[in-house]
Design a protein around this ligand. Structure first.
Ligand SMILES: [Zn+2]
Length: 812
């Protein structure tokens, strides 16, 4: 990609230079008038490079033990740390906290400086005598100087709002409209929570602004996604959100896409659209020049907003018109390799959901408007889900009901022996070699453009509309009323063609019932119907009815001869994978040159993850679980005194109380830790001591590399009551809370010079740490810990968050 020609005549030199260096690719158009209309601004937008955590590697050979220890001591003392003494067991650095730190430039610098010093110390402690002692000393001294420089900046802040200091996150300055009133349209729990906790503010139906707190949570989810995708070699890019009609015409989707696409015109009347999906755009990018054989599998992804003109935007972030999505597109040399890549990405999705702590299933799904040869949806299992899934109770094979196939359970005997109805008993076996069994069937007429179709299915089964649409290759079905259907059946042989679609479950002798048929019409209609059924090529057998719970899993039956029933579960769709084949790469010319020197079209896959939806799903599942737990707890019973108290609580109060039960996973939390101290009614002196002790602990956590400044929040409202402070921490879903008992502070005499607690003083203070999780948002016990114990417990909690990228993972 080093020679990209810029086709924009009016674009600036900078843009052309950027393009010539392969930094940008012009969104080309075939329209002759279009080349001059592209703005230089759009051209100069460079592809974003993937951001990786800073890797500061100090080789053990280059470090002298004593020099490095000195460096570590220097850093600690320059920063005014109360913990000059190294911890007995060095706290291991992990990649996760490095990535968490990436959010705040200043705090990250200080944090990295501390980390480098700590690494130096650890490595020096483990190092044996080094052959190049002089080099080592110089390197360690350089590291120490850099570290001190950064830490000095950090340590300037003695008060909560020190100048030139790293800004700590304070409740008093936090921008989040907490406890916002709930609108009437906030029906789902996630919608209610995200509004109430001030994570998002509605602009219009299905369009929301995320507050800094909301964006923190969203970015934590995106970080996990990026980390996992880049581990398998995916490369991040940024495709245009605004696209031309000409590009979408190449695949025919400008016409075939329905009303869900936001279309607009520019000032010259040129048709454009806001991207709901980016298969065309990524192909345009990938087709810049033929791909090299060594580049496969090529995986390009982006993390950005998408637009969809939903008919009924609802449920907050669950179904919006503007939403955050990760979309990955893969290119392979042939379909076998594309299928392998498909399996790899599905595996990556599993790891992402595991890290997020979400209970998910991967369900076979319809390819829909995107198209392709294979497709799976990823659903978070929740009673709030909008999709019905059929999941095997034995092998866990899952299917969306739109696509589900199964071995249908036999018709219940009470239906099979129902007395004869006024209808036609037709032996379809004679004509179509079907199995013999008595079945009841239901007829449904459908009018197409130039013919009629009669759908026949078991009357105890629902017709599956999507399967029927696929069978008839129709986007919409116009149902006929009974009288029209009868007229069609009677007159069709002379006037119009009639096709009959017979569901697979209808085998053998079937009784077709025409319940509302006027008696005078009964005979001629039935005769005509029998006639139509007797035409061999007039009847098509296919799968058009819905699968139900209790039907048998075909995978188990075919592979193991097991009779395993399917169960239904409700799921929230948070991801989708498609094996596309050449549907987009062929018309848009994404090719490579094979070994025989022939140009070959690549095979594609596309993979979406609804990032804002994942955020909503995390909340929705938690609050549903909490709601169920509360309903089942003995306290909920009206006979218990606590239950009586709960019953006396107004309903809206109960509802908002529920919303304070969210506890984010540590990796996703907008703030993983909150320091609070209910100072109501206490003296200024006590409050001042608390402030200093809390800051000393907060800063030590940062210096030890346990958590970055960005992950912690300090409730600096010193006059607030403990209850008021807890309410803020609760509504923000902070998983770890740290408080101090005021009685200890009275006996604490601060150093008159520095005004800070001495090492011994801080070492003697006992802190109270509470960790609450998704599963037990209320049932957490607080632990009373010394500062050193607290650091160790906190480190363990941070490290024990769901399995993540191990630093020991082999690099391939
Ligand atoms: Zn099964």
């Amino acid at each position: 990609m080093l020679s990209v020609h810029c086709c924009c005549r009016k674009s600036g030199t900078g843009a052309r230079m950027a393009a010539s260096l392969g930094l940008t690719v012009i969104h080309r158009s075939t329209s002759p008038s279009s080349s001059s209309s592209s703005s230089s601004a759009s051209c100069s937008r460079s592809m974003s490079s993937s951001s990786k955590p800073d890797k500061q590697v100090l080789s053990p050979e280059a470090l002298n033990r004593s020099a490095a220890l000195a460096a570590a001591q220097l850093v600690a003392s320059a920063a005014g740390s109360a913990f000059v003494r190294p911890l007995r067991k060095p706290i291991a650095l992990d990649q996760r906290s490095a990535a968490v730190a990436a959010g705040s430039e200043n705090s990250t610098r200080a944090w990295l400086a501390a980390r480098s010093a700590r690494m130096a110390r650890t490595q020096a402690e483990n190092a044996t005598s080094t052959p190049a002692a002089a080099d080592a000393t110089a390197a360690a001294a350089a590291a120490a100087t850099a570290a001190v420089g950064q830490s000095a900046a950090f340590s300037v802040s003695n008060g909560l709002r020190g100048r030139r200091a790293v800004k700590r996150n304070l409740v008093s300055t936090l921008f989040a409209p907490l406890f916002a009133p709930l609108g009437a349209d906030a029906k789902t729990l996630s919608h209610r929570y995200l509004t109430y906790a001030g994570l998002m503010v509605q602009h219009a139906a299905g369009i929301y602004a995320l507050t800094p707190v909301g964006l923190r949570a969203l970015e934590n989810v995106t970080r996990i996604i990026c980390e996992e995708l880049e581990l398998v070699g995916a490369q991040r890019t940024a495709l245009p959100m605004l696209m031309t009609k000409e590009l979408w015409d190449k695949t025919g989707r400008w016409t075939s896409s329905g009303q869900e696409v936001f279309r607009l015109q520019d000032r010259k009347g040129r048709d454009m659209l806001l991207g709901p999906t980016h298969e065309e755009a990524v192909c345009e990018l990938a087709a810049t020049k033929p791909l090299g054989r060594g580049q496969f599998p090529l995986m390009l992804y982006q993390l950005d907003r998408k637009f969809r003109d939903e008919a009924r935007p609802r449920h907050g972030l669950m179904r919006g018109r503007e939403f955050w999505m990760k979309d990955l597109y893969t290119f392979d040399v042939d379909i076998e390799h594309a299928a392998k890549t498909y399996d790899t990405i599905c595996g990556v999705y599993g790891r992402i959901f595991d890290r997020l702590g979400l209970d998910y299933v991967r369900a076979e799904a319809d390819t829909g408007n995107i198209g392709g040869v294979r497709s799976h949806e990823f659903h978070v299992i929740s009673p709030a889900g909008e999709d019905t899934l059929l999941v095997c109770s034995s092998c866990n094979h899952a299917m969306n009901e739109e696509k589900a196939v199964a071995q249908v359970a036999p018709l219940p005997s009470n239906l099979a022996v129902r007395p004869a109805l006024s209808g036609a008993e037709v032996d379809v076996a004679e004509q179509h070699a079907l199995m013999h069994a008595d079945k009841l069937a239901q007829a449904l007429g459908v009018q197409l453009v130039d013919d009629f179709v009669i759908l026949l299915h078991r009357h105890d089964r629902k017709l599956n509309h999507l399967k029927t649409q696929r069978a008839l290759n129709q986007a919409r079905l116009h149902r006929l009323d009974w009288s029209k259907l009868c007229t069609v059946i009677e007159n069709a042989s002379v006037q119009r063609r009639v096709r009959i679609l017979l569901d697979n479950t209808l085998t053998g002798r079937c009784t077709f019932q025409f319940a509302s048929l006027p008696p005078n019409l009964e005979s001629p209609v039935l005769q005509a119907f029998k006639q139509h059924l007797s035409v061999p090529d007039g009847v098509v057998k296919c799968d058009i009815s819905e699968v139900e719970a209790g039907d048998l899993c075909r995978t188990c039956l075919t592979d193991h001869g097991r009779m395993a029933p399917l169960v239904t579960k409700l799921g929230m769709e948070v991801g989708h994978a498609f094996l596309l084949g050449q549907k987009y790469s062929q018309p848009l010319g994404v090719t490579f040159t094979n070994a025989a020197n022939k140009r070959v079209t690549t095979e594609m896959g596309c993979y979406g993850l609804g990032v804002s939806r994942i955020l909503a799903a995390l909340v929705e599942t938690q609050l549903h679980n909490a709601q169920t737990t509360i309903a089942q707890s003995p306290a909920a019973s009206t006979t218990a005194p606590a239950g009586a108290a709960a019953a006396a609580t107004p309903k809206h109060q109960q509802q908002t109380d529920l919303l304070t039960l969210v506890r984010w996973p540590i990796e996703v939390a907008p703030f993983a830790v909150c320091f609070s101290f209910g100072g109501l009614g206490l003296s200024d002196e006590t409050r001042d001591k608390w402030q200093k002790v809390a800051l000393a602990l907060h800063d030590t956590i940062v210096r030890q590399g346990i958590l970055p400044v960005n992950a912690m929040l300090i409730d600096d409202r010193l006059g607030a009551s403990a209850r008021e402070q807890a309410r803020v921490s609760d509504v923000l879903g902070v998983p770890i809370n740290i408080t101090i008992d005021a009685a200890q502070l009275d006996a604490l005499a601060l150093d008159p010079t520095s005004g800070a607690p001495s090492l011994e003083q801080l070492g003697n203070v006992r802190f109270s740490l509470t960790h609450r999780t998704l599963l037990a948002p209320r049932a957490a016990e607080s632990q009373s810990l010394t500062a050193l114990e607290l650091l160790q417990v906190l480190q363990k909690l941070v490290e024990s968050t769901p399995p993540r990228v191990s630093q020991a993972s082999p690099i391939v």
